[in-house]
Design a protein. Structure first.
Length: 254
Protein backbone atom coordinates (compact mmCIF):
# COMPACT_ATOMS: atom_id res chain seq x y z
CA UNK A 1 0.00 0.00 0.00
CA UNK A 2 1.50 3.36 -1.08
CA UNK A 3 1.75 6.40 1.15
CA UNK A 4 -0.91 8.14 -0.91
CA UNK A 5 -3.25 5.16 -0.63
CA UNK A 6 -2.77 5.03 3.13
CA UNK A 7 -3.42 8.75 3.34
CA UNK A 8 -6.53 8.48 1.19
CA UNK A 9 -7.78 5.58 3.32
CA UNK A 10 -7.21 7.60 6.46
CA UNK A 11 -9.04 10.49 4.86
CA UNK A 12 -11.98 8.31 3.91
CA UNK A 13 -12.13 6.94 7.46
CA UNK A 14 -11.96 10.40 8.93
CA UNK A 15 -14.68 11.61 6.59
CA UNK A 16 -16.84 8.64 7.56
CA UNK A 17 -16.35 9.41 11.22
CA UNK A 18 -17.38 12.99 10.56
CA UNK A 19 -20.46 11.79 8.73
CA UNK A 20 -19.34 12.85 5.27
CA UNK A 21 -19.88 10.51 2.30
CA UNK A 22 -16.43 9.34 1.14
CA UNK A 23 -17.81 8.55 -2.32
CA UNK A 24 -18.28 12.30 -2.86
CA UNK A 25 -14.52 12.53 -3.44
CA UNK A 26 -13.16 10.89 -6.56
CA UNK A 27 -9.46 10.57 -5.72
CA UNK A 28 -8.61 8.87 -9.00
CA UNK A 29 -9.73 11.92 -11.02
CA UNK A 30 -7.29 14.27 -9.30
CA UNK A 31 -4.13 15.55 -10.95
CA UNK A 32 -0.77 14.91 -9.30
CA UNK A 33 -0.73 18.45 -7.94
CA UNK A 34 -4.26 18.10 -6.58
CA UNK A 35 -3.36 14.79 -4.98
CA UNK A 36 -0.32 16.31 -3.32
CA UNK A 37 -2.33 19.22 -1.99
CA UNK A 38 -5.11 16.93 -0.83
CA UNK A 39 -2.65 14.60 0.94
CA UNK A 40 -1.05 17.57 2.68
CA UNK A 41 -4.42 18.83 3.87
CA UNK A 42 -5.40 15.39 5.18
CA UNK A 43 -2.07 14.98 6.97
CA UNK A 44 -2.37 18.37 8.62
CA UNK A 45 -5.95 17.67 9.63
CA UNK A 46 -5.08 14.30 11.17
CA UNK A 47 -2.09 15.76 13.01
CA UNK A 48 -4.36 18.47 14.37
CA UNK A 49 -6.99 15.87 15.35
CA UNK A 50 -5.04 12.70 16.30
CA UNK A 51 -8.04 11.31 18.20
CA UNK A 52 -9.46 10.41 14.79
CA UNK A 53 -6.85 7.65 14.52
CA UNK A 54 -8.07 6.05 17.75
CA UNK A 55 -11.66 6.38 16.60
CA UNK A 56 -10.77 4.75 13.29
CA UNK A 57 -8.99 1.88 15.08
CA UNK A 58 -11.99 1.36 17.38
CA UNK A 59 -14.31 1.35 14.37
CA UNK A 60 -12.12 -1.20 12.59
CA UNK A 61 -12.04 -3.47 15.66
CA UNK A 62 -15.82 -3.27 15.98
CA UNK A 63 -16.26 -4.27 12.35
CA UNK A 64 -13.79 -7.14 12.74
CA UNK A 65 -15.60 -8.39 15.85
CA UNK A 66 -18.92 -8.20 14.05
CA UNK A 67 -17.48 -10.14 11.10
CA UNK A 68 -16.02 -12.80 13.40
CA UNK A 69 -19.31 -13.13 15.29
CA UNK A 70 -21.22 -13.53 12.02
CA UNK A 71 -18.72 -16.17 10.88
CA UNK A 72 -19.07 -18.07 14.17
CA UNK A 73 -22.87 -17.96 13.92
CA UNK A 74 -22.65 -19.51 10.47
CA UNK A 75 -20.22 -22.20 11.64
CA UNK A 76 -22.54 -23.21 14.48
CA UNK A 77 -25.62 -23.23 12.27
CA UNK A 78 -23.89 -25.35 9.63
CA UNK A 79 -22.66 -27.92 12.19
CA UNK A 80 -25.31 -27.80 14.91
CA UNK A 81 -26.58 -31.37 14.44
CA UNK A 82 -23.09 -32.86 14.70
CA UNK A 83 -22.24 -30.62 17.65
CA UNK A 84 -25.25 -31.63 19.70
CA UNK A 85 -26.02 -35.16 18.50
CA UNK A 86 -23.03 -36.91 16.94
CA UNK A 87 -24.03 -40.32 18.32
CA UNK A 88 -20.83 -41.00 20.27
CA UNK A 89 -19.90 -38.08 22.54
CA UNK A 90 -20.76 -38.41 26.22
CA UNK A 91 -23.94 -36.61 27.27
CA UNK A 92 -24.43 -35.45 30.86
CA UNK A 93 -26.26 -32.89 32.91
CA UNK A 94 -29.95 -33.16 32.09
CA UNK A 95 -30.18 -35.27 28.90
CA UNK A 96 -33.60 -33.72 28.25
CA UNK A 97 -32.50 -30.15 29.02
CA UNK A 98 -33.85 -27.28 26.99
CA UNK A 99 -30.35 -25.88 26.27
CA UNK A 100 -27.30 -27.85 25.15
CA UNK A 101 -23.79 -26.90 26.25
CA UNK A 102 -21.03 -28.46 24.13
CA UNK A 103 -17.46 -28.41 25.44
CA UNK A 104 -14.32 -29.15 23.43
CA UNK A 105 -11.71 -30.00 26.05
CA UNK A 106 -8.22 -31.36 26.73
CA UNK A 107 -7.33 -33.03 30.06
CA UNK A 108 -3.92 -31.32 30.14
CA UNK A 109 -5.38 -27.85 29.52
CA UNK A 110 -5.16 -25.60 32.57
CA UNK A 111 -8.18 -23.53 31.57
CA UNK A 112 -10.22 -26.70 30.98
CA UNK A 113 -9.39 -27.69 34.55
CA UNK A 114 -10.37 -24.23 35.74
CA UNK A 115 -13.63 -24.44 33.78
CA UNK A 116 -14.65 -27.88 35.10
CA UNK A 117 -16.02 -26.73 38.49
CA UNK A 118 -17.70 -23.77 36.78
CA UNK A 119 -19.51 -26.09 34.36
CA UNK A 120 -20.48 -28.36 37.27
CA UNK A 121 -21.80 -25.33 39.15
CA UNK A 122 -23.89 -24.26 36.17
CA UNK A 123 -25.37 -27.74 35.72
CA UNK A 124 -26.23 -28.01 39.42
CA UNK A 125 -27.73 -24.53 39.80
CA UNK A 126 -29.75 -24.68 36.58
CA UNK A 127 -30.85 -28.30 36.37
CA UNK A 128 -32.02 -28.00 32.77
CA UNK A 129 -28.73 -27.92 30.84
CA UNK A 130 -27.67 -30.78 28.59
CA UNK A 131 -23.87 -31.20 28.49
CA UNK A 132 -21.94 -32.76 25.58
CA UNK A 133 -18.21 -33.45 26.03
CA UNK A 134 -15.96 -33.43 22.95
CA UNK A 135 -12.50 -34.94 23.48
CA UNK A 136 -10.01 -32.69 21.66
CA UNK A 137 -6.45 -33.61 22.73
CA UNK A 138 -4.21 -30.88 21.31
CA UNK A 139 -1.45 -30.52 23.91
CA UNK A 140 0.82 -33.42 23.08
CA UNK A 141 1.17 -37.14 23.68
CA UNK A 142 -0.04 -37.00 27.29
CA UNK A 143 -3.27 -35.36 26.13
CA UNK A 144 -3.79 -38.02 23.45
CA UNK A 145 -3.11 -40.84 25.91
CA UNK A 146 -5.60 -39.41 28.40
CA UNK A 147 -8.27 -38.91 25.73
CA UNK A 148 -7.79 -42.44 24.39
CA UNK A 149 -8.09 -43.82 27.91
CA UNK A 150 -11.32 -41.88 28.54
CA UNK A 151 -12.91 -42.81 25.21
CA UNK A 152 -11.87 -46.46 25.57
CA UNK A 153 -13.42 -46.50 29.05
CA UNK A 154 -16.71 -45.21 27.63
CA UNK A 155 -16.70 -47.81 24.87
CA UNK A 156 -15.79 -50.67 27.21
CA UNK A 157 -17.57 -49.79 30.45
CA UNK A 158 -20.25 -47.25 29.56
CA UNK A 159 -21.20 -43.66 30.33
CA UNK A 160 -21.05 -43.81 34.13
CA UNK A 161 -17.51 -45.17 34.05
CA UNK A 162 -16.54 -42.49 31.53
CA UNK A 163 -17.85 -39.76 33.84
CA UNK A 164 -15.78 -41.13 36.73
CA UNK A 165 -12.65 -41.29 34.56
CA UNK A 166 -13.31 -37.86 33.06
CA UNK A 167 -13.58 -36.28 36.50
CA UNK A 168 -10.45 -38.07 37.72
CA UNK A 169 -8.39 -37.09 34.67
CA UNK A 170 -9.42 -33.43 34.80
CA UNK A 171 -8.03 -33.30 38.36
CA UNK A 172 -5.07 -35.63 37.79
CA UNK A 173 -1.86 -34.02 38.98
CA UNK A 174 0.77 -36.48 37.80
CA UNK A 175 2.02 -37.71 34.46
CA UNK A 176 -0.72 -39.77 32.74
CA UNK A 177 1.46 -42.76 31.81
CA UNK A 178 0.34 -46.38 31.60
CA UNK A 179 1.21 -47.16 35.21
CA UNK A 180 -0.75 -44.18 36.52
CA UNK A 181 -3.76 -44.89 34.30
CA UNK A 182 -3.86 -48.55 35.33
CA UNK A 183 -3.79 -47.44 38.95
CA UNK A 184 -6.63 -44.99 38.22
CA UNK A 185 -8.69 -47.76 36.60
CA UNK A 186 -8.10 -50.10 39.52
CA UNK A 187 -9.11 -47.38 41.97
CA UNK A 188 -12.42 -47.00 40.12
CA UNK A 189 -12.94 -50.79 39.98
CA UNK A 190 -12.63 -50.80 36.19
CA UNK A 191 -11.12 -53.50 33.97
CA UNK A 192 -7.77 -51.92 33.11
CA UNK A 193 -6.80 -54.74 30.74
CA UNK A 194 -9.95 -54.35 28.68
CA UNK A 195 -9.57 -50.57 28.54
CA UNK A 196 -5.93 -50.69 27.47
CA UNK A 197 -6.74 -53.33 24.85
CA UNK A 198 -9.27 -50.90 23.39
CA UNK A 199 -7.23 -47.69 23.54
CA UNK A 200 -5.48 -48.10 20.18
CA UNK A 201 -8.48 -49.54 18.40
CA UNK A 202 -9.95 -48.09 15.23
CA UNK A 203 -13.18 -47.33 17.13
CA UNK A 204 -11.37 -45.01 19.55
CA UNK A 205 -9.25 -43.51 16.77
CA UNK A 206 -12.31 -42.86 14.63
CA UNK A 207 -14.08 -40.99 17.44
CA UNK A 208 -11.10 -38.74 18.11
CA UNK A 209 -10.55 -38.20 14.38
CA UNK A 210 -14.18 -37.21 13.85
CA UNK A 211 -14.09 -34.73 16.73
CA UNK A 212 -10.87 -33.20 15.43
CA UNK A 213 -12.40 -32.87 11.96
CA UNK A 214 -15.42 -31.09 13.46
CA UNK A 215 -13.13 -28.76 15.40
CA UNK A 216 -11.29 -27.91 12.19
CA UNK A 217 -14.56 -27.16 10.42
CA UNK A 218 -15.49 -24.91 13.34
CA UNK A 219 -12.09 -23.14 13.24
CA UNK A 220 -11.47 -24.31 16.82
CA UNK A 221 -7.79 -24.36 17.68
CA UNK A 222 -7.84 -23.97 21.46
CA UNK A 223 -9.49 -25.42 24.55
CA UNK A 224 -11.80 -25.01 26.23
CA UNK A 225 -14.22 -23.98 23.51
CA UNK A 226 -17.94 -24.00 24.25
CA UNK A 227 -21.08 -23.90 22.18
CA UNK A 228 -23.92 -22.73 24.41
CA UNK A 229 -27.15 -23.14 22.50
CA UNK A 230 -26.10 -21.60 19.21
CA UNK A 231 -23.44 -19.29 20.67
CA UNK A 232 -19.78 -20.14 20.07
CA UNK A 233 -17.62 -19.21 23.07
CA UNK A 234 -13.88 -19.41 22.57
CA UNK A 235 -12.15 -19.77 25.94
CA UNK A 236 -12.85 -20.01 29.65
CA UNK A 237 -16.02 -18.51 31.09
CA UNK A 238 -17.10 -18.49 34.77
CA UNK A 239 -20.47 -19.93 35.72
CA UNK A 240 -22.11 -16.57 36.41
CA UNK A 241 -21.43 -15.36 32.87
CA UNK A 242 -22.79 -18.60 31.41
CA UNK A 243 -25.86 -18.26 33.63
CA UNK A 244 -26.53 -14.81 32.18
CA UNK A 245 -26.20 -16.19 28.65
CA UNK A 246 -28.54 -19.06 29.46
CA UNK A 247 -31.14 -16.58 30.72
CA UNK A 248 -30.79 -14.53 27.53
CA UNK A 249 -31.20 -17.64 25.36
CA UNK A 250 -34.35 -18.69 27.23
CA UNK A 251 -35.76 -15.19 26.94
CA UNK A 252 -35.19 -15.27 23.17
CA UNK A 253 -36.83 -18.69 22.93
CA UNK A 254 -39.94 -17.64 24.86
Amino acid sequence: MTLFTRTATAAATALALLGAPAQAFDISSMSEAEREAFGKEVREYILANPELILEAVDLLEQRQQQAEAARDDTLVADNLAELQNDGYSWVGGNPDGDITLVEFMDYRCGYCRKAAPEVAKLLKSDGNIRLVIKELPILGDASVLSARFAVATKQVAGDDAYKDVHDALIEFGGEPNEVALRRLADGLSLDAEAIFAKMDSEEVTAELRQTRALAQKMAISGTPTFVLGTELLRGYLPADQMELMVAEIREQQS
